[in-house]
Design a protein around this ligand. Structure first.
Ligand SMILES: C[S@@+](CC[C@H](N)C(=O)[O-])C[C@H]1O[C@@H](n2cnc3c(N)ncnc32)[C@H](O)[C@@H]1O
Length: 326
């Protein structure tokens, strides 16, 4: 709807006690019609009529939330034509400064208290079922992906041994430039299809090997090597390559299997190594020059019974302080 700033429409909207009280209450909180009915103690048809007048004068905003419409005051400068200092904005800031009658304050408090009780009651009832509902509604990874928001978007990230590229769409959403490397064309084909379907414009794929990464030296902000080092004949050489392509201050993140004796894994996956002691890989990282080398066990609670334990190692090329600068 086109909002108007015609002074007579704005003044007419303000020239009514109920409408002034409605604005004073909405200055405190966004509310639905039925909540306003309860606070103002006016019939619903009356409240709705007043809200319509206020909305047509550009003095309130509405938004749909599920099957409810919620009303609030526009933020400063967004009433009518969006220019701060308009008549509507001046009147609304005057409204926001007016003390609210104590009876309205206490009714507003009980409306808000009941909202909270309804929410608490929902979570009280849902209890343990929340875990299932959370996963059904949002999947089981969104919170892990959210942590990526802590890292600088400008980074160039390379996923070496990317396989089918399962990490690539997520990395693509969070970082400016993403590179996937894998020696096996069949894997790269799947990765290529995956990034096309996801519409990733900032991902490039290279066929290549960790013994000689097809990437220029000193260019990558974050190197990810997930479940790949146990496939390479010489992890030491692979780590030297990771060091070469990392920029000064760049980081490496290695996810690996701990030592295991699961021949089903070793043979089925054509591994070169029966997992690693994390200390050994940490030593190799330090030897090539990585700093701040740290290992953590991963608590993979949903890991298959016969699957090896996993750990993660992070390290930086140069000091940690350099790693956050660009
Ligand atoms: C177990 S998959 C892991 C894929 C992916 N990183 C993931 O977490 O789903 C191992 C991948 O490493 C690749 N790979 C094997 N040897 C490699 C090497 N020497 N250099 C780089 N990648 C290699 C394989 O082609 C395969 O795609």
């Amino acid at each position: 709807m086109q909002l108007t700033t015609e002074p007579e429409i704005v003044f007419k909207a303000m020239a009514d006690g109920t409408r002034q009280r409605t604005l004073t209450v909405l200055a405190q909180h966004e509310l639905s019609v039925s909540e306003l009915v309860e606070i103002l103690r006016q019939p619903q048809s009356t409240v709705s009529r007043h809200l319509r007048v206020l909305r047509e004068a550009g003095l309130i905003h509405d938004r749909r939330d599920g099957n409810m419409v919620l009303y609030s005051l526009p933020t400063n400068g967004s009433s009518t034509n969006g220019a701060p200092g308009t008549l509507s904005d001046d009147l609304l800031s005057w409204v926001a400064r007016q003390p609210m009658a104590s009876v309205l304050t206490s009714r507003l408090e009980s409306v808000l208290q009941r909202r909270k009780e309804l929410s608490d009651k929902f979570f009280g009832r849902v209890g343990r079922a929340w875990d299932e509902l959370r996963e059904q509604s949002f999947g089981c990874q969104f919170h892990l992906e959210a942590f990526m928001a802590l890292l600088p978007r400008q980074w160039t990230v390379a996923d070496v041994g990317t396989g089918t590229g399962s990490l690539l769409p997520t990395l693509s959403r969070h970082f400016q430039h993403v590179i996937g490397v894998d020696p096996v064309e069949a894997m790269l084909d799947i990765a290529r299809r995956r990034i096309n379907v996801a519409g990733c414009q900032n991902v490039e794929l290279h066929q290549g090997d960790l013994s000689e990464l097809p990437l220029p030296s000193d260019t990558i902000d974050l190197l990810v090597a997930a479940l790949v080092l146990h496939h390479v004949p010489s992890p030491q050489d692979a780590i030297a390559q990771l060091y070469r392509v990392a920029r000064a201050g760049g980081r490496v993140l290695i996810i690996e299997q701990g030592p295991h004796q699961e021949s089903s894994f070793y043979e089925r996956m054509q591994d070169h190594w029966w997992g690693f002691e994390s200390d050994m890989l940490c030593q190799q990282l330090s030897q090539v020059g990585f700093e701040a080398v740290t290992a953590h066990a991963l608590t993979t609670v949903d890991r298959a019974q016969d699957a090896p334990e996993l750990f993660v190692i992070t390290a930086t090329k140069g000091s940690l302080r350099d790693s956050w600068s660009l």
